[in-house]
Design a protein around this ligand. Structure first.
Ligand code: UDP
Length: 266
């Protein structure tokens, strides 16, 4: 069998040429990075879980009419997606103040925002993905005004859907990052949702305890990142409980020992 061609290796994924033209295989690694790759590590089993969570989320989003690059999951760590031209903008959607927003503006982590905020960062590792305004995006031609309108309206719809989806499993969707791509059809390009949606790119807090169930456990050396990712998958019904039941509801007390130091900072 001929070895498939690697197109790109990123921090958390490897992209391979797909079996048909216009397709790509996304391979999910266990590698984790933070602070623009200054901190590196692995979270055992993360790739398998993120592949599954992202499949679940993208499939649900497609069901409500969001066009996505997802075609099908191939195996534990790989999914087949449409090849797109990635728009070099990270779209960050925020419901609650946290992370860089809190740092930048001095707003306490955990403060509910009066309304959903969309921020844009220019995707450039060398520059540390700087925050940019729509003016910069238009000025440098990273995306057209029409594309930005589509992106903003999709981001809001995605957020509304995901807030409800996570609330149903007792998780507060604090913020998350989206990436979009252009799918060419002759001279016409359509913007579709690309990349992944997983605890790597979302802040997910337990509604009752505030425990972090996302990559902040790795970023902030809280420990228990494997259990946290598994917990999100379990609550989504993607992993079985120890007793074999579907695992939609979870008693956090069972994981207290593993998820230490998790109260949001006051
Ligand atoms: N995020 C991401 N990739 C990035 C930057 C941010 O997935 O390169 C996600 C991050 O997980 C969080 C949200 O976007 O859910 C907002 O991140 P923030 O701007 O607060 O940056 P951070 O605190 O992670 O530096």
């Amino acid at each position: 069998m001929s070895r498939r061609r690697q197109i790109y290796e990123g921090k958390a994924k490897i992209l391979y040429e797909g079996p048909e033209p216009g397709t790509i295989i996304q391979y999910f690694k266990d590698d984790a990075t933070a602070f623009n790759a200054q901190k590196k590590g692995t979270i055992n089993g993360k790739g398998v879980i993120n592949n599954r969570i992202s499949e679940f989320v993208f499939t649900r989003l497609a069901q409500i009419g969001i066009p996505t690059h997802f075609l099908r999951r191939l195996n534990m760590r790989e999914q087949l997606v449409r090849q797109v031209e990635i728009i070099p903008i990270e779209v960050v959607v925020r419901n609650v103040a946290a992370g860089s927003l809190s740092k930048r503006l001095g707003i306490e982590e955990g403060e509910q925002l009066p309304h959903t905020l969309i921020e844009y960062c220019y995707k450039d590792d060398a520059l540390g993905d700087p925050l940019v305004g729509e003016e910069h995006i238009a000025c440098f031609g990273w995306a057209s005004n029409e594309e930005m309108q589509d992106i903003a309206s999709m981001a809001i719809r995605i957020n509304d859907f995901l807030v409800g989806m996570f609330a149903a499993i007792n998780i507060r969707l604090v913020d998350f990052k989206l990436e979009f791509g252009r799918m060419w059809d002759g001279d016409y390009a359509r913007v579709i949702l690309a990349d992944e949606i997983s605890p790597d790119g979302c802040r997910l807090w337990d509604m009752n305890t505030g425990e972090k169930l996302d990559k902040d456990r790795f970023r902030r050396d809280l420990g228990g990142e494997e259990e946290a990712y598994q917990e999100v998958a379990r609550r989504l019904g993607l992993l079985q409980n120890d007793d074999g039941s579907a695992g939609e509801v979870f008693d956090m007390s069972a994981h207290r020992g593993k998820l230490r130091n998790t109260k949001p900072k006051k």
